[in-house]
Write a protein that binds this ligand. Structure first.
Ligand SMILES: C[S@@+](CC[C@H](N)C(=O)[O-])C[C@H]1O[C@@H](n2cnc3c(N)ncnc32)[C@H](O)[C@@H]1O
Length: 275
C-alpha cells in the first residue's frame, strides 16, 4: 500500500484515471490516488505487466486494449445493491406511472439502467407481479459490469442482499432460501431482459429505444458533473414525452441544467420529460 504519492505516481494516476473516466464515466478525485493505483496495479500484474506505464500504453494503443480496459473497469465499479433498496419510489412508479398506462391500453417499457447484480429490477418485478402487471410491461435491466450481470442472470445473490427487508410478504411470495442464499422465483428472472450497456456510450443508450420509465439509481454519484449531464441527456433522449427518470434518494438533478422537470408524488421525487 502506498502511503505518500510521489510525483511519478500522480502522473500515472492522472493518465490512467482519465482513460477510465473517458470509457466509463467513473471519476477519481484527489484523495483516491492510492486506492485507484493499488487496484489498477493488482490488475496490471495479473495480466502480466510489470510497469503501470506499459499497462497504460497497452490499454490505449494495443488492438485488444479496449477489451482489457472494459475488464479493468469491471474490477473498479461498485456493484453494491440489495433487494427492496429505496422501495417507496418503486411502489410509486408502479401505482402512479405504470398502472395508469396499462389501464389506457399501453405496454410500458421500463429500464433499470445500472442494475448491478439485479436486485433492483427483481424487486420491481415482484411489485409488478403482485399488482398483476408483470406480463403487461417490458422490463429491461442493464449494467456496464459483465461480472455483475452474470450473477443477475444466474440468480446468484448474496445473503447480504436480504439485509433490509421492509415487507416480509414480498420475501415470502417471491424469494426462497437455497443453501442459505436467496433464490428469486424463476418467473421474475425470466421476465427481465438483461443487457450490458455502458451509460457513457450514447449510441448504446439510444439503441434501448423508447422508455416510459428509467431507473438510474446510485450510479450517477460515481460520475463528475459533466458526465452526469451527458448521461442524463442520453437517457432523456429515450424517454417518451411524459416519461420519468428516477435517480437515487441521495442524488438530485436539481443543480444541473437538464431538460427534465422535477415532480413529487407521495413524497417521492422523480424527473419528467415535458409532454
Ligand atoms: C451502487 S450500484 C447501484 C445498483 C442499483 N441501481 C441500486 O441502486 O441498488 C452502481 C452500478 O452502476 C454501474 N455503473 C457504473 N458506471 C456505469 C456506466 N458507465 N454504465 C453503466 N453502469 C455503470 C456499476 O457497475 C454498478 O453496478
Amino acid at each position: 500500500m502506498h502511503t505518500t504519492t510521489t510525483a511519478a505516481q500522480r502522473s500515472i494516476f492522472a493518465i490512467l484515471s482519465a482513460l477510465v473516466q473517458e470509457r466509463a464515466g467513473l471519476h477519481y478525485g484527489s484523495g483516491t490516488e492510492d486506492l485507484f493505483l493499488e487496484r489498477v496495479s493488482v490488475r496490471s500484474q495479473d495480466v502480466g505487466f510489470e510497469s503501470l506505464l506499459d499497462y497504460y500504453y497497452f490499454l490505449k494503443y494495443d488492438a485488444s486494449g479496449a477489451e482489457e480496459l472494459d475488464r479493468l473497469v469491471d474490477g473498479l465499479v461498485v456493484n453494491e445493491t440489495f433487494f427492496f433498496r429505496e422501495l417507496e419510489p418503486l411502489r410509486v412508479l408502479v401505482t402512479e406511472l405504470v398502472e395508469p398506462l396499462v389501464r389506457r391500453g399501453e405496454r410500458p417499457r421500463i429500464w433499470s439502467a445500472a442494475c448491478a447484480t439485479g436486485e433492483e429490477p427483481l424487486t420491481l418485478a415482484m411489485l409488478l407481479a403482485d399488482a398483476g402487471l408483470l406480463d403487461s410491461v417490458d422490463l429491461i435491466a442493464s449494467d456496464i459490469s459483465t461480472r455483475a450481470l452474470d450473477r443477475a442472470r444466474n440468480g446468484n445473490h448474496s445473503k447480504r442482499s436480504l439485509r433490509d427487508v421492509p415487507d416480509d410478504g414480498l420475501t415470502a411470495r417471491w424469494i426462497r432460501g437455497e443453501d442459505g442464499r436467496p433464490l428469486v422465483a424463476p418467473r421474475l428472472r425470466a421476465a427481465v431482459d438483461w443487457r450490458r450497456i455502458n451509460l457513457c456510450d450514447a449510441a448504446a443508450v439510444r439503441a434501448v429505444g423508447r422508455c416510459n420509465v428509467v431507473l438510474c439509481r446510485n450510479a450517477l454519484i460515481y460520475f463528475d458533473d459533466a458526465t452526469v449531464v451527458r448521461v442524463v441527456d442520453s437517457i432523456s433522449s429515450v424517454l417518451v414525452p411524459g416519461g420519468a427518470l428516477f435517480v437515487g434518494i441521495s442524488e438530485s438533478l436539481l443543480r444541473f441544467a437538464t431538460s427534465l422537470q422535477c415532480e413529487e408524488r407521495k413524497r417521492v421525487f422523480f424527473y419528467r420529460k415535458p409532454e
